[in-house]
Design a protein around this ligand. Sequence first.
Ligand code: HEM
Length: 426
Amino acid sequence: PMAPNGCPVSAQAAAFDPFDSPYQLDPAEALRWSREQEPVFYSPRLGYWVVSRYADIKTIFRDNLTFSPSIALEKITPASRKAQAVLERYDYGMNRTLVNEDEPAHMARRRELLEAFTPEALEAHAPMVRRLVREKLDAIVERGRADLVAEMFWEVPLTVALHFLGVPEEDMEQLRRFSVAHTLNTWGRPSPEQQVEVAEGVGKFWQYSGQVLKKMQEQPHGHGWMYDMIEKNRQKPDVVTDNYLHSMMMAIIVAAHETTALATANAFRQLLSRPAVWAELCANPELIPAAAEECLRHSGSVVAWRRIATREVEVGGVTIPEGGKILMVTASANHDPAHFENPDELDIYRDNAVDHLTFGYGSHQCMGKNLGRMEMRIFLEEFTRRLPHLELEEQEFTFLPNTSFRGPEALWVRWDPAQNPERRDP
Ligand code: HEM
C-alpha cells in the first residue's frame, strides 16, 4: 500500500491497529518498533499519521496553527448511518470547546476562563477532596478486599469535577455511563450494533447537558467554573459563545473526571506492583507528589491526542500532506529514551518526570492539571497512611477499547484489617 504522500507503507505500519491488544494493553510498548525505526508513519487501518517520538510530538504541540487541534474530539470511527440518525434525533451538536478550538478564538476564550485555576482557587477544593476520599476509605477499611475503581476512583473525581464546575450532583451512575459512551463515540471503534447504543447514550448526554445548562443559567449566582462561563457568555457572547457553553458542558464533565479517575487507577497499579516503592512512599509521604508525576509519565491516563495538518509539512523527515490527520502517541513519547533515561523504569526520583506529555503541551496544555494532581496526591496520602499494608491482587486488567483514554476497568486490592494502623493504635 501507499501513503497519501506517495511513499510506500512498511509492513509494520500496515499492520498497526490501535484497537488490537498490544496497543490496548501497553501503547508505549506497542510503538517501540516505531520509536526505534519509523517514528512517523501512515496507518492505513486508521487513516492517520502516527507520531511516536518525544521531540516530534513536542514540535507538533508547539505549533497549533500548522497542526490544528480542530479534530481533537472528532469521532475516530465515522458514525454508521443508523447511529447518525440517532444522534440527529437528539439534535446532537457537539462542536468547539477549548481543546479543539483554533486561534485566535481559543486563546481569547482561555484567557477569560483562567481564574478558577489559580493555586489559591484550587487549594480551596483540597478539604473537600480529602473528605470524599476519607468517606470512601471509611466504607471499606474494615473489609480486607476491594475493587478501588468501583469503590471510589471514578466517583470521587466525578464528584470533585461536578463541584468544581458547579453542576448539581445528580445521578452519578448515569453520568458515568454517559462518559463511557462519549469516550467510545469519540475514541473507540464500536461495532455497528454498539454504534447505535453508544449514539443513544451520547444523544441523551447532550440533552442532559443542555437541560443542566439551562437550569444553571436561570440561577445566575451559583459558584463554579461553569458559572464563570455563563457569566462571560453574558458579558462577551462573541468570545464565550452559546454553542461553546453547551458543547463544553458535555465535554468537561468527562475531561475533568475520567482522566483523573484513570490516572489514579494507573498510579495505584504501578506503585502497588512495586512493593518496595510503595513502602518508601508510606515511610516518606513527602515523596508522593513526585511519585504521582512519575506515574503520569510512566502510565498516563491520556495516551494519544490528535491534530490535523493545515498545510503540507515535514515531521521527522516525513512529508505530511495538507489535511493529514495526526495521532500523537504521547504514551510513546513518555517512553522515548532520547528524552527519559531508562524510560521503562518507574523511578520516583527521576528529575525530569514533569516533562511528560500526558497533559499535552503548549497553548492547549491541560488547564485542570493541578486539580488532577491534587486528587492523585490526596488519594495516595490517605491510602499510604491508613492502609500501608495494601497489596495488589493477582488479576488480569481490562481496558475500555479506545485510542486515547487508558486505565484498568477494575483494580482489586487486599489487606489484613487486623493490621490497620488505626486499629492497632487508635
Ligand atoms: C486539555 C489531559 C484533568 C480540563 C487536556 C489535554 C490533555 C489533558 C491531554 C489536551 C492538551 C493539548 O492539546 O495540549 C488531562 C489529564 C488529566 C486531566 C491526563 C488528569 C490526570 C483535567 C481536569 C480538568 C481538565 C481535572 C478540569 C477541571 C482541561 C481543559 C482542557 C484540557 C479545560 C483544554 C485546554 C485548552 O485547550 O486550552 N487535558 N486532563 N483536565 N483539560 Fe485536562
